[in-house]
Design a protein around this ligand. Structure first.
Ligand code: F6R
Length: 242
């Protein structure tokens, strides 16, 4: 695992945006694995300028998102499909049909998870997978105790994750408690992985992922098994590293 500690969140954001733009410049048909959340918000906001600066082409990429809430339709303002359309697809001019996410309102969520896993394989796999990290060490919505061999499936979110997500919903009872998420083995299949972590709240989870044992209690520690994983973090998130 390669660890790159930069001084600030801004530096992390800029570095990641450049990395993504260069991936698209080198391989315009890249299949990207994308994430949502506050960390990705900053990255996606920086991307249009960086794509222009690097002279990258973004129209031909395809993407698969890590996860989607079970029970939310794609036009729900808090669905990840809506997030990706407004933060990534529309500002960058990417045809939304090229951006895949699990369907949160599929009548049979388990079948939808299996279909999604197969669709990633049919696309030839993921070239570059972006990841954030939860305060409990989750990647995607692979909460602690997720099997290291897991594939795309339904996961019940932990209380701490539901609480962290509550900031996006009007009422606590509206926060979804289940998601369809790529599994840990699905994530490890990506040819390259880039995990971003910023802020002191991520310090303990990051230290466990990088320096702790490979353990289901720290899903992100599975990246220790990946031959081409980079962790990009700011000094606050790196504070608990030895
Ligand atoms: C969301 C996802 C999550 C987030 C993680 C960090 O698609 O996969 O694993 O990356 O919860 O979220 P933020 O960046 O909001 O702290």
């Amino acid at each position: 695992m390669k660890i790159l500690i930069l001084p600030t969140v801004e530096a992390v954001t800029k570095h990641a945006a450049r990395r993504l733009a260069r991936q698209l410049k080198r391989k315009p048909h890249s299949v990207l694995g994308l994430a949502t959340g506050g960390t990705m918000d900053r990255l996606y906001a920086a991307l249009p300028a960086m794509v222009a600066e690097e002279g990258a082409q973004i129209e031909q990429m395809r993407s698969f998102n890590l996860d989607e809430y079970v029970g939310l339709s794609g036009d729900h303002p808090q669905s990840y499909r809506h997030y990706m359309a407004t933060r990534f697809g529309v500002p960058l001019g990417v045809d939304l049909a090229r951006m895949a996410l699990p369907c949160g309102d599929a009548p049979d969520p388990a079948a939808e998870a299996a279909r999604y896993e197969a669709a990633i394989a049919e696309a030839g796999g993921i070239d570059l997978q972006l990841l954030g990290i939860g305060q409990n060490g989750h990647i995607g919505f692979n909460e602690p105790t997720s099997s290291l061999r897991s594939r795309t499936r339904i996961k019940t979110l932990t209380r701490s994750t539901v609480a962290a997500n509550a900031r996006y919903f009007d009422r606590p009872e509206d926060v979804p408690t289940r998601a369809i998420t790529m599994g840990i083995a699905t994530i490890l299949d990506a040819r390259e992985v880039l995990l971003l972590a910023t802020g002191a709240a991520k310090a303990e989870a990051l230290a466990a992922a990088i320096e702790g044992p490979l353990a289901a209690a720290s899903p992100a520690s599975a990246l220790q098994l990946h031959p081409k994983a980079t962790v990009l973090c700011d000094e606050d998130a790196a504070a608990a590293l030895r």
